[in-house]
Design a protein around this ligand. Structure first.
Ligand code: NAD
Length: 326
């Protein structure tokens, strides 16, 4: 199977290149992201492989179909960036439903503890031999209440970690899991009781901007908000307004509404025109990272393995267990 691999980074090649042959795949790595201007690079390929900030619209699906491309291989779990309705009967869409839920949950906890104990700021100070600790005071997590929104694979891993910290955990999910040892509450109750809110639900029409002025008003003063899921879950304007009113003790964002084209690239020499991103970066209690919750050795290996297994299953006409449908 010939695959055009969009948005290639050195770490992608490191995992995919040595494994490709074993799965009967020939990969052409391109660095450009996949969009309407670059879709033509897929000419001659059987499949394309894309990541979270690539997107596939209906006209792009038609173009791929006309070129003879048979499949879109998502090397990630989320699939909100592909027009699935348009893909129906034209292209198979396959994803990596699970690679390492622990990687993302452990990262969510890392963000929480960093913004809580201000270790990112302490690091900058001590490197400059400024050994003062004023302004770096945090809170004990032990005995606090954590609210987990979305109790799928990552949410469950997060619940285990939070319990390990001695926290009381409450959860909200549209499909509560009866086998889970957690107290389900309504979304409103979760927002009003939790000292820490961690988002682990997918981006859908229903979840877009679930964190907005109205829901933020329900939250406790001095609480923590962590988002390792998708940027669009939060209305950024409303979040900034709340931060200006000193609503939150800390906010950790691994994802951002306007991250496409910004994250995963070096913009250190650029004039940044995204005023919300610049504003968010100025708050001492906000930490933004570049969508890297997944980024562990174990997760990268699992992503490459499942993506190539998906390609092989397609080539051999086997059952497509990781197919995504509208
Ligand atoms: P999952 O499908 O196992 O679980 C998602 C859960 O959310 C399900 O239990 C579902 O019922 C629930 N849900 C759906 N709609 C909801 C709603 N309106 N309100 C509350 N809950 C709702 O998914 P997962 O593997 O746990 O991943 C969760 C999300 O994490 C993904 O959708 C993706 O956006 C994000 N993610 C981020 C990274 C990263 O690097 N930061 C990596 C992987 C996944």
């Amino acid at each position: 199977m010939k695959i055009v691999f969009y948005g290639t980074k050195p770490y992608d090649k490191l995992y995919f290149e040595p494994m490709a042959k074993d799965y009967g795949c020939k990969i052409r790595f391109v660095e450009t992201p996949c969009n309407e201007y670059t879709v033509s690079l897929a000419k001659g390929a059987d499949a394309i492989c894309i990541f979270v900030n690539d997107y596939i619209t209906a006209p792009m699906i038609d173009e791929l179909h006309d070129m003879g491309v048979k499949a879109i291989l998502l090397r990630c779990a989320g699939f909100n960036n592909v027009d699935l309705k348009a893909a129906k009967d034209k292209l198979e869409v396959l994803r990596v439903p699970s690679y390492s839920p622990e990687a993302v949950a452990e990262y969510a906890m890392t963000l929480l503890m960093t913004v809580n104990r201000r270790t990112h700021r302490a690091y900058a100070r001590t490197r400059d031999f400024n050994m003062t600790i004023n302004g770096l005071m945090g809170q004990d997590m032990h005995g606090k209440t954590a609210g987990v929104v979305g109790t799928g694979k990552i949410g469950q891993a997060m619940i285990r970690i939070l319990k390990g910290f001695g926290m009381e955990v409450i959860a909200y999910d549209v499909y509560p899991n009866p086998n889970l040892d957690v107290t389900y509450v309504s979304m409103e109750e979760l927002f009003s009781r939790a000292d820490v809110i961690s988002l682990h639900c997918p981006l859908t029409k229903e979840t877009k901007h679930m964190i907005n002025r109205k829901t933020i008003a329900m939250m406790k003063e001095n609480s923590f908000l962590i988002n390792t899921s998708r940027g669009d879950l939060i209305n950024t304007d409303d979040l900034i307004e709340a931060l200006l009113q000193k609503k939150f003790a800390g906010v950790g964002l691994d994802v951002y509404e306007e991250e496409e084209g910004m994250f995963y690239e070096d913009h250190s020499g650029d004039i940044i025109r995204d005023e919300n991103l610049v504003r968010l970066s100025t708050f001492p209690n906000v930490l933004i990272t570049s969508h890297m919750g997944f980024f562990t050795q174990e997760a990268m290996k699992a992503i490459a393995t499942t993506t190539l297994e998906n390609a092989r299953a397609l080539e051999n006409g086997e059952e497509l267990k990781n197919r995504v449908e509208a």
